[in-house]
Design a protein. Structure first.
Length: 97
């Protein structure tokens, strides 16, 4: 399968990329749009002199959201497994009677 060429602009710089399909292309474009929106928000709300500082703040924001989501997912999965185990024990108990 041929790779698709995508050009995204982040913080005023153009980045040519290769992606595997149109879904990846859409994901890259949406990600770039979200990054640029967050850059604008940080520049509007904080006195930032250097784009690198703004990009670091964006990276931290996105990475922390990903980590928080991962932790919440793990916690939810653990809770669900505990409930399944309790139900399994209850069913086993009643089947043994």
């Amino acid at each position: 399968m041929a790779k698709l060429k995508v050009n995204v602009v982040i913080a005023g710089r153009s980045y040519p990329l290769s992606v595997n399909n149109t879904q990846e292309e859409e994901g890259m474009r949406k990600a770039a749009k979200n990054i640029n929106a967050l850059i604008a928000k940080f520049e509007e709300n904080y006195a930032v002199n250097d784009k690198q500082d703004v990009l670091a703040m964006c990276a931290l924001q996105f990475a922390s959201k990903a980590e928080i989501t991962s932790l919440q997912t793990t916690e939810t999965t653990t809770e669900a497994l505990e409930k399944i185990n309790k139900l399994t024990q209850m069913v086993s108990y009643y089947l043994e009677k």
